[in-house]
Design a protein around this ligand. Structure first.
Ligand code: HEM
Length: 406
């Protein structure tokens, strides 16, 4: 595999927030958001929902909801309320007249919002609450339980998802908080997860393990590649065409263990160098991975169980578009899985892995099934939460998200 998607700093949208300030002052009409996005403002309306191929913002706030009402009309009305409020929020305006006001006067910080539908929306405990069971796409099959999974149900699954991304953490939280208020009596939050990546700099962001993460990713600017990997096409139901499926995995990383591991072993584990991010045996970050190369003794230069070997399209036979965030949720009591098996308060921090694809069965699951069994990285990682959502296509003004489904 070679190439990936060379990092383009202009895609990180750090050319100033002046347009955002104008929007916050109310000078920008929502309709302008359908046009080309000036810095600080990302369009809400469009063929696809935002925050998927949008140049990655520095912060995310993800929330999953359980629908508590059993009324189809309530659910439909909620989607209409959410869509209208989301369009205003992304344009830098209050969600509605009763907005909490905690971002008043702040630039929109490239806020994007996208909405998703979980498998349980279509069938939960044998109940088809909203008469949607027949429209459930086969690709929205529950993810299997993978080797090593330690999934906490209270942090996983959900009927609906909202992902806010913004260059400011309060802006992302604010948006989800307003939308949760608008769901009162219809849907209730089930889990939330905040995440971050380093502030815009002219390089691929580093995760908490210190490695560049996102090097070998399909390129959002390459439409053909996005259609091949991410966007549902004619193979999917009409209501999903132009949409995608999001897999969320909350992956705790044993940072205490990692930080005491020599860099040479870290690099073997990953299959890339730490400082540069080059494939082992190559020089530059975007050099091709030579998976066939062997040393003088005939051993592969990139180890058989290195993360990038198992993850590579050549080995796995599938690709995904990753757009993950680091998370840092303080400490929790942990029994170490490595000598001398200390029991102590340790970081509950790691990766909020987010992957988009047109069919998780043939993409995430296909790649991760093997990785879960063999990846060297597994000795440092534990998947503690999991969720899958169908992310329908974007909308035009006047339409509501999921209109074509319900
Ligand atoms: C804490 C967990 C993880 C960490 C820290 C991590 C980190 C990395 C790093 C540093 C790279 C190399 C740079 C790059 O191309 O982005 C990489 C590549 C990759 N990772 Fe992960 N990863 C994790 C979990 C996963 C999982 C669960 C999957 C699921 C399928 C995955 C799929 C991939 C893929 C497809 C690549 C590109 C491989 C290639 O073609 O070179 N990763 N990851």
């Amino acid at each position: 595999m070679s190439g990936g998607c060379p990092f383009d700093p202009s895609r990180r949208g750090f050319l100033g927030a002046s347009a955002g300030l104008i929007a916050a002052a109310g000078a920008l009409r929502p309709a302008a958001a359908t046009e080309q996005a000036p810095s600080g403002l990302e369009p809400f309306y469009g063929r696809h929902q935002g925050g998927i191929t949008t140049p990655q913002q520095a912060h995310t706030y993800v929330a999953a909801f359980d629908v508590t009402s059993t009324s189809r009309a309530d659910f439909k009305a909620l989607l209409a309320r959410w869509t209208a409020a989301a369009a205003r929020l992304c344009a830098g305006q209050p969600a509605d007249p009763t907005d909490s006001g905690d971002t008043l006067g702040m630039p929109p910080a490239r806020l994007t919002l996208n909405f998703g539908f979980g498998p349980t929306l279509f069938m939960k405990d044998g109940q088809d609450r909203f008469g949607l069971a027949a429209q459930r796409p086969p690709a929205l099959a529950e993810l299997p339980v993978f080797v090593g999974d330690k999934i906490e149900p209270a942090r996983s699954f959900g009927d609906l998802s909202i992902q806010a991304c913004a260059d400011d953490p309060q802006t992302a939280f604010h948006a989800v908080r307003q939308l949760a208020r608008l769901a009162y009596d219809v849907a209730t939050p089930r889990w939330v997860q905040a995440g971050f990546v380093p502030q815009p700099v002219a390089q691929t962001p580093r995760n908490l393990m210190g490695f560049r993460d996102g090097t070998n990713n399909p390129c959002p600017a390459n439409e053909a590649e996005m259609n091949e990997v991410v966007w549902v096409g004619a193979e999917g139901p009409a209501w999903m065409q132009g949409g995608t499926y999001a897999v969320f995995r909350r992956i705790r990383i044993a940072l205490e263990h990692w930080d005491r591991t020599p860099v040479s072993f870290q690099e073997q584990t990953m299959g890339r160098t730490k400082a540069v991010g080059a494939p082992i045996g190559a020089k530059a970050e975007h050099d091709a991975e030579n998976l066939a190369a062997v040393d003088a003794d005939g051993n592969p230069i990139i180890a058989e169980n290195a993360h990038v070997r198992l993850a590579s399209a050549v080995t796995a036979g599938a690709r995904i578009f990753r757009r993950g965030y680091s998370y840092n949720d303080g400490l929790s009591f942990t029994a170490e899985r490595w000598p001398p098996w200390r029991q102590a308060m340790e970081y509950d921090a790691g990766l909020l892995f987010v992957a988009y694809q047109k069919d998780p069965r043939a993409q995430f699951t296909k790649i991760f099934d093997r990785m879960a069994k063999f990846d060297m990285l597994n000795q440092f990682t534990t998947h503690t939460a999991s969720a899958l959502f169908a992310i329908p296509p974007g909308v035009r003004e006047g339409q509501a998200i999921g209109d074509m489904l319900i």
